[in-house]
Ligand binder design. Structure first.
Ligand SMILES: [Zn+2]
Length: 549
């Protein structure tokens, strides 16, 4: 349970992080562990455990601890503490004996092995544990006296879990965890009753426990996302909130499958996978990133076996604009009172943006996974004999925009060159690029366009976006001629029916984009993001419209 942290203060107990386990779910050797309905990734965690004796003899002995864990619910619980993940019945297994210190030898040099159904599956050692029992007791005593008989685990032995290897255990698994000198702790994972929908894709071996008719169904997950079939073989996951970061994903269910965009963070990506898993039998072979923004690439790391396709500019651009560390810093600052006050004083819009993201987003554990197959112009894939076109159309919304066209299905997955029912934004490209690309998509004669944000549309949706852009560009030109700044102009422009779109204050970006052209600025002039969010905030406030991003 305890994981030592670095940098102790001299002469003081080393700070450790730990969590408390459910004392009502302690089990012994030979336990039958019921399979909770909410998980399809029940896993073991072999740990070395120390038992506290008393003040004279703090270490009473050592034993094995199997900290049974449900992996598919673990990430969201990292925010509030482990409950579903660790507290299931019989989930804290100890044994088979308490081995006294004189028998153990060096507890931090013991070989560990895991056998499943009689076959060796995982191997490790206690030698990677940092720190000892005395450190654990010393830190716990800072909080409260440690009662005789208390058991402390030292954390999972590396390489000894299903999570380490992506090799999860099945119902009925007979598990033997052997620690040199400590004995062998055995348990059996029981057969589940009907499983609830998992946050992660359904494993083929668990399909029979799921009540699935194969019909696409609305999400039962945490976010208001839903699955839509848009043609015979094309599907979309639509993010109903439709604010910044609430991006859509698409899926072409032909051949080995093609996924379009991977959501903004791991919780959303897991829910997207969960939704698509009622359609796909296995994770797709191709993943296309529509462009470099984090809300379209954030789940890339969950597709390690896929070929990730993107425009040639993406690896470099993603490092510039989609680094999860920056999002983590913003959310950390927004959730820390003193820092929040500091940001609010200088950047009210930035602070409001952070608060909005905190409602739904969690960028922890995210790693930048850049495309491995780079496209310069057009790439034609053949999925089960059907042509799928990946077409570079940037710069428009950003530098590396591509769309996916499935001609035989009449479907275009547009990414952020098309927004619906929310105010479009662009970080690159010019108005004429936006109009050129709307023309290009219309020229493909799609029956269905899946926008980057907002509900699925047809050609009418493209015209709606074009009308908005034309209106704002014309109004901006007039305001420019009258000598207004772009911020003043954005506050004054009448949005008409478009005031009802999500995040109306983002009109500022469209006005500023027009001003850049009117001023003759360089096309790739970078945006000051903090100042931009502040301006969006001010515009929404001035118009009496919702402050949204
Ligand atoms: Zn987006």
């Amino acid at each position: 349970m305890a994981a030592p942290k670095p940098a102790p203060e001299p002469g003081r107990p080393k700070r450790l992080s730990f969590y408390k386990a459910n004392m009502n779910s302690i089990a012994g050797d030979g336990a039958n562990v019921p399979w909770p309905a909410y998980t399809s990734r029940l896993d073991i965690e072999p740990e070395l455990a120390v038992v506290y004796g008393n003040a004279h003899q703090p270490v009473a002995g050592y034993c094995i601890f199997n900290d049974v864990s449900a992996r598919d619910v673990q990430v969201p619980e990292m925010v509030g503490g482990f409950c579903l993940t660790k507290d299931m019945a019989q989930g804290n297994q100890l044994g088979p004996y308490l081995v006294t210190v004189d028998e153990v030898g060096d507890p931090f040099d013991l070989a560990v092995s895991v056998r499943v159904n009689g076959h060796l599956r995982f191997e490790g050692s206690t030698s990677e544990i940092v720190g000892g029992a005395e450190e654990v007791f010393a830190w716990l005593e800072v909080m409260a006296p440690v009662a005789p008989g208390s058991v402390m685990g030292f954390g999972t032995i590396p390489d000894c879990t299903g999570l380490d290897h992506g090799d999860f255990l099945n119902p009925g698994a007979q598990i033997e965890i052997e620690f040199e000198r400590l004995g062998t702790l055995t348990c059996t994972f029981e057969q589940p009753q009907a499983l609830l929908r998992s946050r992660w894709p359904v494993r083929p071996s668990l399909l029979r426990y799921h009540e699935r008719g194969g019909d696409p169904s609305p999400s039962t997950g945490r976010f208001p996302m839903s699955l839509e079939q848009v043609s015979d073989h094309c599907y979309a996951v639509i993010n109903a909130k439709n604010r910044v970061c609430d991006a859509n994903s698409g899926y072409v269910d032909l051949g080995d499958g093609l996924l379009f965009d991977t959501q903004s963070d791991l919780p959303h990506a897991h829910q997207m996978i969960d939704l698509f898993s009622s359609v796909w039998a296995r994770m797709p072979r191709y993943v296309v990133n529509s462009h470099e923004d984090i809300d379209h690439v954030g789940g890339n790391q969950l597709f390690p076996g896929a070929q990730i396709i993107g425009h040639r500019s993406l690896p470099e651009r993603m490092r510039e604009v989609a680094d999860p560390k920056e999002m983590l810093q913003l959310l950390f600052a927004t959730s820390t009172p003193q820092l929040r006050t500091f940001i609010q004083a200088g950047h009210r819009g930035m602070a409001a943006m952070g608060r909005q993201l905190l409602e739904d987003y969690d960028f922890r554990l995210m790693e930048l996974a850049t495309p491995t197959a780079l496209v310069d112009d057009t790439l034609v894939l053949h999925l089960d004999g059907t042509e799928v076109h990946v077409i570079y159309v940037g710069p428009c919304h950003n530098v590396g925009d591509v769309i996916v066209h499935v001609p035989s299905e009449g479907v275009v997955f547009a990414g952020d060159v098309v927004f619906q029912q929310c105010t479009p934004i662009a970080w690159a490209g010019r108005y004429d690029d936006s109009f050129r690309i709307l023309d290009l998509i219309a020229g493909l004669h799609p029956e269905v366009v899946v926008p980057g944000h907002g509900p699925v549309c047809g050609l009418d949706g493209l015209e709606e976006m074009r009308a908005y852009l034309k209106h704002v560009r014309e109004e901006s030109a007039q305001a420019f001629a009258r000598g207004l700044t772009s911020l003043e102009a954005a506050k004054q422009i009448d949005l008409g029916q478009w005031a009802a779109w999500r995040a109306p204050g983002r009109v500022y970006m469209n006005v500023e984009r027009a001003y850049r052209e009117l001023r003759g600025d360089e096309a790739d002039l970078p945006w000051d993001r903090a100042a931009t969010f502040d301006a969006i905030y001010e515009v929404a406030r001035a118009k009496g419209l919702p402050v949204e991003f």
